[in-house]
Every structure is written in structure tokens, then in C-alpha cells.
Design a protein around this ligand. Structure first.
Ligand code: SF4
Length: 199
């Protein structure tokens, strides 16, 4: 009997089809896969990354087809999407199915990623320098201060987005002021999806 081995299991918070609201790709349709769990426990975290369901990698690829149709872009977010051992298999399967994979990571876990995977690193308490070097964009969450601690790890040419926490006016004002003072390296990123009430 010819049995095909099951593909690895992904632990999931949610999957939905929306537009990327932040950073370089703001406004671009994308299927978002929020993977459950995180390896950090930031005290300011307000992200829901609870485990709600599990599915095989093949089932996840089918779910992306079902939700996103021909949409090229799939975003793996979390929690921390690279904390699951099955994530590289999911990345490979999505690429094999013709999707462009984006990963939103805290940058603490080193994973060798294919060159065509877009990596957004949002530094928290620490960053693996190899992930900093690999980042295509950097997202600093501005919450009453600009968290500059790890910036020296990122290449000079990397685009650094300043994203005001919660779109709060005082955080927006600080991010705008900072970008204006450092125009060569910093850009403002607003959570545009929140303005129009989409996930
Ligand atoms: S890294 Fe992100 S998801 Fe994880 S605890 Fe910190 S803020 Fe929350």
C-alpha cells in the first residue's frame, strides 16, 4: 500500500484574507496566517496568539487557496511565526504553490530563509544579528519612546519604519518628529487597516 506521509502540523490562532496595513507593502491584498505561541513575553504585548486550531501544512496551503484565490501574498505572523518547527515546511509549501511569503518576526530565532521570502523584523528585548542582517524591513513600535537599542545590528541601507503604538496621537507625534529629524533612514508606518476597520 502506498501511503503518503502526513505533512508537519501548524498551530494556529487565525487565518484571514485582508490587506497588509503596515510598512512597505501597505495596501497590498494578503492572506494572513497568525501562528500560535511566542518565545517572548513582552509586558506590553496586546496580540492574541492563543492556540485555536491545528492543521497540516497541506491543509494550510489548501486553506490559503480557498480564502485568497489568486492572491500572491501570504503573511506569516504571530506570536512568533518562527517559533514553530513546522514553519519552514509551510514556507516551502506555500512557495511551491506559487505564493510570495512574508514573515513578521521578532528576530530572535535564527532560521535560514529562502532569498525570495520577505522578512520584517520588529525588535523587542533582543535580536539575533543574523536575522537583523537578513531583514528586508525593520518595524520599531513607538510607544512613548523610539526603541533604538538594536538598530546598530541592522544594515545601514535597511528601511526602518516607526510605527506608533495603537495609532495614539502622542506616539504618532513622536514618530513624525523622529522621522523628520532622521530623514535618511526612518519612515512612518501607520496601521492603516485600523482606520478602515478591517482585520
Ligand atoms: S514578541 Fe510580539 S507577540 Fe511575542 S510577546 Fe512580544 S509583542 Fe507579543
Amino acid at each position: 500500500m502506498n501511503r503518503t506521509a502526513p505533512t508537519p502540523t501548524i498551530h494556529l490562532t487565525e487565518i484571514f484574507y485582508t490587506l497588509q496595513g503596515e510598512g512597505t507593502w501597505a495596501g497590498t491584498p494578503a492572506v494572513f496566517i497568525r501562528l500560535a505561541g511566542c518565545n517572548l513575553a513582552c509586558d506590553f504585548c496586546d496580540t492574541d496568539y492563543a492556540l485555536r486550531s491545528s492543521a497540516s501544512v497541506d491543509e494550510m496551503v489548501a486553506r490559503v487557496d480557498e480564502l485568497g484565490g489568486a492572491c500572491p501574498m501570504v503573511v506569516l505572523t504571530g506570536g512568533e511565526p518562527l517559533a514553530q518547527s513546522a514553519t519552514p515546511a509551510l514556507v516551502d509549501a506555500l512557495r511551491a504553490a506559487g505564493r510570495r511569503v512574508h514573515i513578521e518576526s521578532n528576530g530572535t530565532i535564527f532560521v535560514e530563509l529562502p532569498h525570495d521570502v520577505w522578512l520584517c523584523v520588529s525588535p523587542k528585548e533582543r535580536v539575533d544579528p543574523r536575522m537583523a542582517r537578513r531583514a528586508d524591513e525593520v518595524k520599531l513600535i513607538v510607544d512613548r519612546r523610539v526603541p533604538e537599542e538594536h538598530l546598530a545590528l541592522f544594515p545601514e541601507h535597511s528601511t526602518i519604519f516607526l510605527q506608533p503604538e495603537g495609532n495614539k496621537p502622542n506616539n504618532v507625534a513622536l514618530a513624525v518628529e523622529y522621522a523628520r529629524a532622521h530623514p535618511a533612514r526612518f519612515r512612518l508606518s501607520l496601521q492603516t487597516h485600523k482606520f478602515i476597520g478591517i482585520p
